[in-house]
Design a protein around this ligand. Sequence first.
Ligand SMILES: Nc1ncnc2c1ncn2[C@@H]1O[C@H](COP(=O)(O)OP(=O)(O)OP(=O)(O)O)[C@@H](O)[C@H]1O
Length: 664
Amino acid sequence: MHRTTGAAGEAPSSNPYRAALRRLRPSLGVAGLFSAAVNVLMLTGSIYMLQVYDRVLASGSIPTLQGLFAIVVVCYAFLGIYEFLRGRLLARVAVRLALDLGPRAFGRGIAAGAAQGPGGRLLRDLDTVRAFLSGPAVTGLFDAPWVPIYLAILFLVHPWFGWLTVAGAAVITGVALINRAVTSAPIGRAAALEAAEREFADQSRRGAEAIRAMGMEGPVTATWLDRHKTTLAAHQAGSDPAQAFSSGSRAFRMLLQSAILTLGAFLVLRQEITAGMIIASSIIAGRALAPVDQVIGQWRAIGRAADSHRRLIEAFDADPGEPETIDLPAPTGRITASRLTKFAPGQPGTDRPRILTQVSFELEPGDGLGVIGNSASGKSTLARLLVGAWRPDAGELRFDGATPQQWAPAALGREIGYLPQQVHMLPGTIRENIARFDPNARDVDVIAAARLTGVHDMILALPDGYATRIGGPDSPLSGGQVQRLGLARAIYHEPRIIVLDEPNSNLDVAGDDALTATIKTLRARGSTVIVMAHRPSAIAAVNKVLMLQQGTVVKFGPKDEVLSAVLQPGTHPAAQRPAAPAPARAVPPAPPRGATPAPAPRGTAGPVPAGVSAKLAQGAGRAANPSKPPNPTPPSSPSKPTKPADQTKAAAIYRTVNSQGGKG
Ligand SMILES: Nc1ncnc2c1ncn2[C@@H]1O[C@H](COP(=O)(O)OP(=O)(O)OP(=O)(O)O)[C@@H](O)[C@H]1O
């Protein structure tokens, strides 16, 4: 049984961030004790001055002075030790929080990235709270409870000292609050502008090659400069009043110190206190005001940490966690999609266009499905739904009768292979990337995946072989090589469900051939392979085809039937209404793992997009002999020998294609 928990004993419904903070409480308590020791020892200077002025100078005793100084040395040594221990402890507390919650925040960031929703900044928020916990602001907060104690001592020395310090602290705090009220709006605006500007700079760096090649450097730099100027102006608008408040506050602070000395001298003249009390009171007043100064100085850091803290609480409060799952047997590759409907990502309640409408189909283990359709027909969206990157807004997806959510995500993920349209390799070695960063990966499995996808020799030809570092700006791989490595990663450990989105968009003929062979092998070993295809050669090794048009299924069935429908004379999509969504179909029983796939069910014929039909025609030819350029060769299915009738149809396809001048 699996359930989401942050640490042993944590209730699944509790907010993991709050729980992590709760676990830090004992350490924060110890830091509080160290603070108490530090603040008591902080009185050393004032007591020492009191004794020197009122005892040593009055008595003229050198041994007393020496004895007092020895005590002071010991006290300051302990002060240093306790301050060091407090700082060290708080730094460790911060690291513990980061480690405790980091994986969850990182995971939420990935989930938010997949769903294109908010939540990607959780790691940054966690980092802000971590920096706060180990920074000077938090020591100021730990010292703050001692302010009343210092004030009480001042009141004991003379009430006027107490009142003067309270009045001074009130003025300093009032100025800080006004400062915050006046500057918070421009500072917030400046931060938002700075984030947008940073994003523009990051994206410009990523698109550097195109920018340079097309001579866009000047206009792009000018656009950046415009934004930069706006950001700087916003910063200026916030920092001018902040600077004025800060300078005024500093001057007032020094005036206050002199005012305390003046008050002390006045009270000595009135013989209400001793001369030693002037210096002692001045030092204690300084200590009473220090945490106020520190908190005010760190006001922005505290504000940022408070905002991050609030966002972390809200984000983890809203996190439903993962439902309880049990150890289901690994999926066999049977997929049932019923009326899958997906709207474009966006805020609930906003007008979100529909991308997929009631897409239904069934696949058995060992099936190969080619999903075809024009650009923007919804192929990638269907791929995302199938691998669980996106969730359908309506309809249902089931693997072996269970919804994907009934599996533990990691267990199901091992049985899913996904090659996205844009392949991103993570910074690391080729071996790490193929092995999906599994620390327990075996070399033999990595090599098996590389061999199966035909990249083993290509990897060995690199100077560092499997240890070659990729995924960064210095990656030595071409687009096609990255795509083939992405394929190796997708089929690592031969998952049961493999979804390949435009797997050959960067491949040459040899790469196409390797892809076709890989799909055939995987299917023969029982994996269900779904290929989103724009270039028809990608569907050479599938036995079923699903055709999408504007997010709706217009045709689903055995490949030969669907392709034949493309050839029907007079069939032109523009002239026909889209067919109703294909109903879920009964499929013959699954072959045992490793067996040759069963013959496919018969599909329906219907209208198809013209662009697709032309491309498919070529793909059918490549299917029969993928190593050669398209020629009038009949379409074939890996599970079915080619029939003479198909050859006639294929010949017709190519006549049609040639007359249209279409190309794949
Ligand atoms: N994140 C998104 N936000 C809004 N709309 C989206 C998003 N992703 C896709 N769409 C829309 O969904 C539709 C289908 O996109 P999808 O990428 O699934 O098409 P496709 O068939 O894979 O296209 P192509 O063959 O060009 O890759 C498009 O109209 C696209 O604009």
